[in-house]
Write a protein that binds this ligand. Structure first.
Ligand SMILES: Nc1ncnc2c1ncn2[C@@H]1O[C@H](COP(=O)(O)OP(=O)(O)OP(=O)(O)O)[C@@H](O)[C@H]1O
Ligand SMILES: [Mg+2]
Length: 307
């Protein structure tokens, strides 16, 4: 197992009588992308800022590369890079000037020219921060977070507001950070991002982690079973016989659709194809549906988290 870089234990934050984060536990390892997935107000930013040492918890502790976020904040600062949800920058400074300025703050900084290349900002080097598009700004934010060659990255909603193309290109950058062995924790409210980009995901709601695991584990544990939907308009089907087919766990009809719940999509598909042939049922429209993170979120919270 790779080295644990972020260890949060029982982190708790209250505002008056309101508990924004309650008893947060998580561990993130080198070479891992960990996602905090939750709706507005779930407590993602509060959690991240407590881990970074920016916000003081009412209870609990966090260590980053072995340094305590509160009592050893200098050690923590040297090892982390962060992007804020609402990044403010000196708006009239130029992109290259900002990178140079940040570089001057570190003993062994990454080269600004390399970061411009890596983040596809070479053409914008002379542009002012305020003239950048949303996606360019997010990339600059991430480039600035990397100037100090951090082992650990905290990215608070790094892809919010980006178009799909810009989002996918940022995913590639984040995957590159993982490949370099850095630990990445990021918040998101995009289901697809949690599912495709993150190695492990914690689903947060009302200040608590409701479930944690790889996207696959979460779908397996909390998602509904997969289903096969077949249009059988005009063909009487014997529900009892179909219920006996391989791996089928339930059968129902919805309008003209026959819906088979299955523990093994491939096995049930094969079995149904054989059944259909033997009984002269033409295979018209047929679709398979597997559980997604959206289903998991729904199962855990009773609500949808719309992208
Ligand atoms: N300084 C503060 N004073 C009082 N309440 C706060 C403060 N900061 C955050 N909160 C409350 O704590 C809760 C969690 O906020 P937080 O910013 O951590 O949520 P989030 O998951 O990051 O949401 P979003 O997706 O909107 O960024 C919210 O209900 C918020 O109103
Ligand atoms: Mg937030």
């Amino acid at each position: 197992m790779a080295e644990a870089k972020i260890i949060a234990r029982n982190l708790t934050k209250r505002y008056g009588t309101y508990t924004a984060v309650e008893g947060l536990n998580l561990t993130v390892h080198a070479g891992e992308i960990f996602g905090l997935l939750g709706p507005n107000g779930a407590g993602k930013t509060t959690s991240i800022e407590m881990m970074e040492g920016i916000r003081r918890p009412d209870a609990g502790t966090c260590t980053i590369c072995g340094f305590d976020s509160i009592t050893q904040s200098a050690g923590v600062r040297e090892r982390i890079g962060l992007t804020l949800q609402a990044a403010s920058m000196p708006e009239t400074a130029r992109v290259s000037e900002l990178l140079e300025l940040y570089a001057s703050l570190y003993p062994n900084p990454a080269r600004p020219g390399d970061l411009l290349q890596q983040f596809n900002l070479v053409e914008k080097a002379r542009s002012t921060a305020k003239s950048l598009s949303g996606g360019q700004r997010q990339r600059l934010s991430l480039a600035l977070a990397l100037v100090g060659r951090p082992e650990v990255l905290f990215l608070d909603e790094p892809t919010t507001g980006l178009d799909p193309q810009a989002r996918h290109s940022l995913w590639d950058v984040i995957r590159g950070l993982k490949a370099e062995g850095r630990a990445v924790i990021m918040s998101t409210h995009y289901m697809e991002e949690a599912e495709k980009l993150c190695d492990r995901v914690a689903i947060m709601d009302h200040g608590k982690i409701l479930a944690e695991g790889t996207p696959r584990e979460l779908v397996r544990e909390f998602g509904p079973e997969a289903a096969i939907e077949i249009d059988v308009t005009g063909f009487p089907v014997n529900m009892a016989e179909i219920a006996q087919l391989s791996a089928v766990t339930g059968v129902q009809t919805e309008d003209h659709l026959l819906v088979l719940r299955t523990a093994n999509t491939a096995a049930s598909l094969m079995a149904f194809a054989g059944y259909a042939q033997a009984n002269h049922i033409p295979l018209g429209e047929l679709r398979t549906r597997s559980a997604t993170m959206e289903d998991v979120f729904m199962a855990l919270t009773g609500r949808r988290l719309r992208d």
